[in-house]
Design a protein around this ligand. Structure first.
Ligand code: ACO
Ligand code: AKG
Ligand code: ZN
Length: 487
């Protein structure tokens, strides 16, 4: 399993953890220190809090701070090529998503198989806070099975693009509209929520779309859904379609976005800006082909827009656990560049970054790791390091060196790191040897050869110490068996 943000690489063990004040400590244990310099300049003056890119008051449609998540790992996610969820795993995922706080969980159609139906019933019986939905074709046979499972709502879908009308179900818009009305009225008569969605919306005729959405809105559907089924839409197209639909229907608007061209998170954000109310996600984005808007990525994006709203709504430290649970269930790694939980998501490396991060983490971080139960790291033992990063380690080790001395020893660390990356132990050894050389008067700033000699001596001493320890601990040679004493 690939490491995640809180399981940093240990070989080479070059990382140190940094607390909110920017002090460093050996990974993975954060070090205690002065708390919370976020939002404060290194000079102690507060930042201007105003974010010029935040939603404007004039954006009256904007739902970036007023949305619900429809979590579809147990429906769209089951369509991921590697997914097989047994009942126990489905229940574990449903409980974890409930504890995280998503507003809805969408389950595979109970018409898909007998086990799918039983699992749907079992999850409904768990008594979760999250509302449970199931996802069906626009067909009365599916609707009749769905309403018997105990779900809180039914998501109905049918393709409206010419591709799907011709090559999938073969029905025209008149038939689709008539069946949609029948299915929606039936589900509504059972007193549960119903959503109607068009599949492949972005390759459907706009007049067809608006006409059917208006019709279902009039008969009281709870939500209409737009689906970028093939992942072809860009943010501008998403904005235009959602904005237009917002002007046509009164009900809520859901959006389902595939990630074939990497747009799924950006498109979800834009949909909210245009007035969408519900976003479909799956954990790690799993689904058909490359999947849909990932839960974690969406949360990162919306947290950046309004951290307080997102923190109040969801149990953010659970995200890593949920991702690990699903990654294990479908036998994939959490991607290294995953927002929030990617294993280097909060690791800073270059000297320029390290200096600024140590003064104030907000310089190079838009997400606070501690809000997600994670830790920030600074990597020191590499050729891009700088004396400020080294100084923070010197202070942690309680060594006393002047700035000139720290710059001098930093040059040595860079020289060594030009050959190979140095582990944190390697860095600490150089610092300690340098420090004792200075204390004993055997070393002064700029005495490169003297430092090389001290490091060589240190290496030889520790090697001979290791050898003698090995001898002391050596087991009795195999050729000297223990003979039992005569009776
Ligand atoms: C874009 C999406 O992801 S939509 C959700 C996809 N989810 C699923 O497919 C759920 C899992 N699917 C299944 O288990 C099966 O496909 C079933 C049970 C739904 C249907 O199985 P089958 O009856 O064997 O049909 P099959 O899967 O071969 O073809 C799909 C059938 O649904 C019809 N269909 C496809 N989409 C729709 C729709 N949205 N509404 C109504 N009918 C539809 C097709 O015309 C076809 O009908 P046919 O039997 O007349 O050929
Ligand atoms: O029901 C929906 O809105 C979306 C269905 C789906 O998975 C898709 O179109 O990709
Ligand atoms: Zn989909």
């Amino acid at each position: 399993m690939c490491p995640t943000a809180d399981t940093v690489p240990t070989d080479p063990a070059q990382m140190v953890a940094v607390d909110t004040s920017g002090r460093v400590g050996r990974a993975p244990t954060a070090v205690n220190g002065v708390q919370g310099q976020n939002g404060v300049h290194a000079n102690g003056k507060p930042h201007a809090k105003h974010n010029p890119y935040a939603p404007r008051a004039s954006d009256f449609l904007n739902n970036v701070s007023n949305f619900s998540i429809i979590e579809s790992t147990l429906r769209e996610g089951e369509q991921f090529a590697n997914a097989f969820f047994d009942t126990k795993t489905k229940i574990a995922i449903a409980k974890a998503l409930d504890a995280f706080g998503v507003e809805y969980i969408e389950l595979t159609s109970p018409a898909a198989s007998e086990q799918s139906r039983l699992d749907c019933e079992a999850i409904c019986k768990l008594g979760l806070r999250t509302k449970i939905l199931t996802h069906i074709r626009c067909h009365m046979d599916d609707a009749r099975i769905a309403v018997e499972t105990g779900v809180n709502g039914v998501d109905v879908v049918i393709g409206t693009s010419s591709f799907l009308r011709e090559f999938s179900h073969g029905k025209d818009m008149t038939y689709i509209t008539k069946t949609a009305i029948e299915v929606i009225e039936f589900v509504k008569s059972k007193g549960i929520e119903v959503r109607f969605s068009t599949e492949d919306s972005f390759r459907s005729d706009l007049v067809d779309l608006l006409s059917i959405y208006q019709t279902v809105d009039k008969i009281g559907v709870n939500r209409v859904g737009i689906a970028d089924t093939v992942g072809c839409a860009n943010p501008r197209q998403v904005y235009d379609l959602v904005r237009t639909l917002r002007g046509v229907v009164h009900c809520d608007i859901e959006i389902h976005l595939h990630n074939d061209t990497g747009m799924a998170i950006a498109n979800a954000y834009t949909a909210l800006e245009a007035g969408a109310t519900h976003i479909d996600t799956s954990v790690l984005g799993i689904g058909e082909r490359v999947g849909i808007t990932p839960l974690g990525g969406l949360v990162a994006c919306l947290y950046a827009a309004n951290p307080e709203y997102v923190k109040a709504k969801y149990n953010l430290p659970m995200l890593r656990e949920i991702e690990n649970l699903v990654a294990e269930a479908v036998e994939v790694n959490v991607p290294f560049m995953n927002p929030i939980t990617g294993y280097c998501a909060f690791t800073h490396k270059a000297g320029i970054h390290a200096k600024a991060i140590l003064n104030n983490p907000s310089t190079y971080e838009i997400l606070k790791p501690e809000d997600f139960g994670l830790t920030r790291y600074v990597a020191i033992g590499h050729r891009l390091t700088g004396w400020n990063a080294v100084k923070s380690r010197v202070e942690q080790l309680s060594l006393t060196l002047t700035d000139d001395q720290i710059k001098d020893v930093t040059a040595k660390i860079k020289e060594l790191a030009d050959v190979r990356t140095q582990s944190l132990d390697d860095v600490d050894t150089v610092l300690r040897v340098y420090h004792s050389g200075i204390q004993s008067g055997k070393l002064a700033v700029g005495q490169k050869e003297a430092l090389d000699r001290l490091l060589r001596e240190h290496r030889e001493n520790s090697m001979s110490r290791e050898r003698s320890e090995e001898n002391l601990n050596a087991p009795a040679p195999a050729s000297a068996p223990v003979v039992p004493a005569p009776a």
